[in-house]
Design a protein around this ligand. Structure first.
Ligand SMILES: C[S@@+](CC[C@H](N)C(=O)[O-])C[C@H]1O[C@@H](n2cnc3c(N)ncnc32)[C@H](O)[C@@H]1O
Length: 342
């Protein structure tokens, strides 16, 4: 950290570079040392109900389209894929190849530890540190992957555009750098544009792959239906919101993803997009109620039932994850899904 501070005393870096350092710097970045569940919790970690509903969605499509490859981007502890494998393997009669693409060595080792025992004749597992794909159709899936990718921010002030950059002077802080760009005239003074070059790149690679070979992409992430021109960058430290400079290298940094931008990219590849819809709607249409009832009936103690109720509430609450997280599906095929069509 000292080396980074000294570097930033003399040099400004882009916001995306700072976020990248805080999250992924070897041995120091949050995603290089902290298990998910400590500072923030994600839907698959809340309950197996999440992965089971996702599995039902895929099983419905698999009836028509026999896809043999799955790829999860940013699998964290590996829990979502573990629940998917557990749920769908009994319903398919052909082998599946499952790839887990992960940037952090720490998480990749966790994924190997948590999933290796699911390897079988039917389930082949690939733990990837590079996003290398075969020329075959894949189902891509990701939960809170895009909101963990670094962004840059640009603000319009006095009819000029400034990029927000980071430097170290009595603590990390933001500085404005005047830039010469031609963003659309529709923006007014005070507007902030958030751009994630890496998100756009992944979307392009995935959409190109789907266009060529088939399959689809299922995304779950924090973000509104329509992204406003405001600052959505935030950090989480011990499950509490804080500023991005309050606990550098210790807090998770996220922002609200831009679903409209994802759809725009998929349109360029002439793919079909479904949604976004709320996580809550996705889960209800894919049987969370029924599964919750079944698990509750079989629960061996009232403590387990209470826990299940809490998990169900957390995943579907209109005041939390249930509505804040949205789900988008992109594919080259027409899919029949009442969740996305009503
Ligand atoms: C917020 S966590 C979500 C983890 C998991 N999907 C979950 O729901 O619990 C983001 C994950 O994406 C991974 N990640 C972030 N940037 C990545 C990149 N460029 N390539 C691959 N994985 C990345 C992180 O290391 C982490 O595993």
């Amino acid at each position: 950290m000292l080396r980074i501070k000294n570097y930033l005393k003399k040099n400004q870096v882009s916001l995306s570079r700072y976020i990248n350092l805080c999250l992924y710097q070897k041995d120091q970045g949050v995603y290089q040392k902290k298990t998910i569940g400590k500072h923030f919790i994600t839907a698959p970690e809340v309950s197996q109900l999440f992965g089971e509903c996702v599995s039902i969605f895929f099983l419905l499509i698999l009836k028509k389209h026999k896809i043999k490859n799955f790829c999860e981007l940013g699998p964290g502890n590996g829990t979502l894929m573990k629940d998917i494998i557990r749920s769908i393997q009994k319903f398919i009669d052909y082998p599946l190849t499952i790839s887990l693409y992960e940037k952090s060595d720490y998480y990749r080792n966790l994924q190997i530890r948590n999933l290796n025992n699911l390897k079988s004749e039917k389930i082949k597992l690939n733990f990837l540190s590079r996003f290398k794909l075969k020329r075959k159709p894949y189902f891509f899936i990701c939960n809170e992957f895009f909101d963990a990718l670094p962004i840059n921010q640009f603000e319009k002030k006095d009819n000029r555009w400034f990029e927000k950059r980071v430097m170290f002077k009595n603590g990390f802080r933001l500085v404005d750098k005047l830039i010469n760009v031609n963003f659309s005239k529709k923006f007014v003074n005070g507007d902030i544009i958030e751009e994630s070059p890496l998100s756009n790149l992944y979307m392009k690679i995935i959409c190109n792959h789907i266009k060529k070979y088939g399959g689809g992409l299922l995304v779950f992430d924090y973000g509104p239906f329509k992204k406003g021109n405001i600052d959505t960058l935030q950090a989480l430290y011990r499950s509490k919101k804080c500023g991005i400079f309050d606990h550098p290298f210790e807090s998770d940094i996220t922002y609200h993803v831009n679903f409209e931008q994802m759809i725009r990219i998929s349109n360029k590849y002439k793919l079909k997009s479904y949604g976004p819809i709320s996580q809550r709607k996705f889960l209800f249409y894919h049987g969370i109620n029924e599964r919750f009832t079944k698990l509750s009936e079989n629960a061996e103690s009232s403590k387990i039932t209470k826990n299940l109720e809490k998990q169900f509430e957390r995943l579907t609450s209109p005041y939390g994850m249930g509505s804040l997280i949205k789900c988008l599906f992109i594919s080259n095929d027409n899919i029949e899904s009442s969740a996305f069509s009503i």
